[in-house]
Design a protein. Structure first.
Ligand code: KG4
Ligand code: ZN
Length: 366
């Protein structure tokens, strides 16, 4: 079990804020996470602790997350992680104003562990329990510790292992989906490319493909950039994934041309070029179609990608938009973003958390 702890950057905020003190829990996939966050009335957050027990080593040999293994590991790890998060924050459970939990979307067995744990804690403490949409929380991660808050309306881009979507964000608490992938998510495509190349690349493959891509030639192979339909904002990555498979293993069939395998570096660089171009092309279209946008919010594991970060910075500069990328420690799944967004939801609606009848749901509400 790998446990990571908060950085001094986050601890530096400790004394400054008053407001909600929230414990967040995150168990939607393969990270068991707990965090304590203190927010001011505007929703800006100080992250007092951000503790994550990664399960990557449990799933690596299967090259993907095994739901049954994930749920069992969450059940074993949740309470130790909560204890550690509270201790590192320098608070007690009795100090908390609320408990927040990512209740959707995700693996149902994994979500249920977090939801049951959060409800039990909230009941024992006599505090509200606030359900939080994990996708919405990813979008909030880039602005929760930054000052000042971005101006709205905003466009939100989620790029994760399970989602690739664009949202029109009316406010930090309210958003409407305007685009999604019609097949694979971009993070899934990264993980598949790593699986196609094989060892020594493992799971999750995104960071390793990104590292190889930085050493390769992105113009070596021309991969397809999916447009889906004229004017469409939707994404598609399954064709790109198949093109990578054929470039690496050769086209199947007796009449296939003689195959010459590229280097892994060039394959990754060319794949990354096409994958990132698909994102920035659609986001560019969305910006054109939505006049009056003030900022760009980005979240999800793939927001850690080097080329995507550089290209989004260029796109935002070209359009004079305030770009909010999460710091690296808030790109991947974490509970600080869950607690931070819960505070925004309470500020928008003080009755949030009063109905403890919510459940775990595999799909996003957004
Ligand atoms: O948001 P996240 O932690 O989990 C989900 O909600 O899905 O995203 C995980 C995904 C994985 O597919 C992982 O390979 C990808 O994010 N990822 C990256 C990078 N870092 C993580 N993909 C490309 N480049 C990266 N640097
Ligand atoms: Zn996520």
């Amino acid at each position: 079990m790998t446990i990571t702890s908060p950085t001094s950057r986050e601890n530096a905020h400790r004394a400054a804020n008053t407001g909600h003190l929230i414990l967040g829990l995150e168990t939607s996939c393969d990270e068991t996470a707990a965090a304590v966050v203190r927010t001011d009335p505007s929703g800006r957050a100080a992250i007092l602790s951000n503790t994550i027990a990664s399960q990557h080593e449990l799933h690596a040999e299967y090259r993907g997350v095994v739901p049954e293994i994930a749920s069992r590991a969450h059940a074993e790890r949740l309470l130790p992680i909560v204890r550690q998060a509270v201790k590192e924050a320098g608070v007690t459970l009795a100090d908390l104003d609320a408990v927040a939990v990512g209740n959707r979307p995700g693996l149902i067995g994994s979500l249920l562990v977090g939801v049951a744990g959060a409800k039990g804690l909230a009941l024992a403490l006599g505090k509200p329990c606030i359900p939080v949409d994990h996708i919405h929380a990813h979008l909030y991660a880039g602005c929760m510790t930054a000052s000042p808050m971005p101006l709205f309306p905003s466009l939100g881009l989620v790029v994760s292992g399970g989602h690739t979507s664009i949202y029109l964000m009316h406010s930090p608490a309210r958003m409407t989906r305007i685009a999604a992938t019609i097949d694979d998510a971009i993070g899934e495509a990264y993980d598949k490319v790593a699986a196609i190349i094989g060892p020594p690349l493992g799971f999750p493959g995104g960071p390793q493909v990104d590292a190889l891509a930085q050493k390769g030639d992105p113009s070596r192979i021309t991969f397809p950039i999916s447009r889906v339909a004229p004017g469409s904002l939707d994404f598609s990555f399954s064709g790109l994934k198949t093109a990578v498979l054929y470039k690496w293993n050769g086209v199947p069939g007796p009449k296939a041309p003689k195959h010459e395998r590229p280097t892994a570096e060039d394959l990754c660089a060319s794949f990354q070029h096409a994958a990132v171009a698909a994102i920035t092309m659609k986001l560019g279209r969305a910006i054109e179609q939505h006049a009056g946008i003030r900022s760009l919010l980005v979240g999800g594991g793939v927001s850690a990608n080097s080329r995507l970060r550089a290209e989004l910075t260029r796109l935002a500069n070209d359009n004079t938009l305030d770009l909010r990328l999460p710091p690296m420690d808030l790109c991947m799944d974490n509970a600080a973003m869950i607690a931070g967004l819960a505070a925004v939801l309470i500020n928008a609606d003080p009755t949030a958390g009063s109905d403890s009848g919510f459940s775990a749901v595999p799909t996003t509400s957004q």
